[in-house]
Design a protein around this ligand. Structure first.
Ligand SMILES: [Zn+2]
Length: 133
């Protein structure tokens, strides 16, 4: 990711973003406060690749995919915050309190819950359609 001229300041009231003030075609060293939407627009992301072990069974494959999509959704919707989050690259978004990892974990948990509900629903449907003896 790159973020041309974007800066983040953490204050008592929260996170503030700023960029260089424009003067014609030039960007000056003066700073202009911007909202998160504009800050997000300044962060350019490269393509992302998700690699999932082909040996996983379908349930685990789906769970890992949901987890990784949780990371992707968070980063796409919070580009500026994700760009500046003081993360340890070895933890891949799972530093304590990092909302990126929390979004991924929650997506995995949601998948598990949906999977169980779908399985229960299928079993109930099977019982209903089972011929009576
Ligand atoms: Zn993760």
């Amino acid at each position: 990711m790159t973020a041309c001229g974007l800066q983040q300041n953490v204050t008592e009231s929260g996170i503030e973003f700023s960029r260089g003030k424009k003067s014609g075609e030039e960007t000056t060293s003066d700073r202009v406060a911007i909202d998160e939407k504009e800050a997000n627009s300044l962060v350019k992301m490269g393509d992302a690749t998700i690699t999932i072990h082909a040996g996983l069974d379908s349930k685990e494959f789906g769970k890992v995919l949901a987890h990784e999509m949780g990371h992707g959704a968070y980063r796409l919707n919070n580009k500026a915050k994700a760009f500046f989050y003081p993360a340890d690259p070895n933890k891949k978004g799972h530093d304590k309190g990092n909302p990126d990892g929390e979004a991924a974990t929650n997506a995995g948990l949601q998948y598990n819950s949906n999977y169980k509900a779908a399985k229960r629903s299928l079993e109930e449907e099977k019982k209903k359609t089972k011929p009576k003896q």
